[in-house]
Design a protein around this ligand. Structure first.
Ligand code: 4NP
Length: 152
């Protein structure tokens, strides 16, 4: 069993989407039992909330139903998860500040797994347009497919 945690700032746009895209791809490949998949945020402003309505609507049109409730990442997550997958460089800096001494998690950047798009991050769509939310789905589908392959 591989334990994988997707991280973004608010845990209401990018990481709940990435979580559900990865889960769907794993299910399609008959590999859902190989993974524990979750997501969390660096801030707790949205704790307990469903994903942002714009993200849920865009995801639904693309076949993903987002039911995750926002939660902040904890020091315990660094012990429980094998991989912590961040969306951008600011997430990496936030995670580095939280990382406890006895962590096991390998922290990686989702954009490093892109094969069909060239982007150094999964950009924050929160203050963006409908096209920005659509782009997050495109990027997450691309990178999560490659991440799943590499974790084979
Ligand atoms: P996320 O997007 O990190 O992809 O969930 C954001 C959500 C909320 C905020 C910023 C980014 N916020 O500032 O509340």
């Amino acid at each position: 069993m591989v334990h994988i945690l997707f991280i973004c700032l608010g845990n209401i746009c990018r990481s709940p989407l990435a979580e559900e895209v990865f889960r769907t791809l794993a299910e399609r490949g008959g590999r859902e039992k190989d993974f524990e998949i979750d997501s969390a945020g660096l801030i707790d402003y949205h704790e307990g909330e469903l994903a942002d309505e714009r993200m849920r609507r865009t995801a639904a049109r693309r076949g993903y139903r987002l039911t995750h409730r926002s939660r902040p990442v904890t020091a315990a997550d660094f012990r429980r998860f094998d991989y912590i997958v961040a969306m951008d460089a600011a997430n990496l800096r936030g995670l580095a500040r939280l990382r406890p001494a006895e962590a096991k998690a390998e922290v990686v950047l989702l954009a490093d797994y892109l094969t069909r798009h060239a982007s150094s991050s999964i950009p924050d769509p929160y203050y963006g347009t409908a096209a920005d939310f659509e782009h997050v789905v495109d990027l997450c589908e691309d990178a999560c497919a490659e991440l799943l392959c590499r974790l084979a």
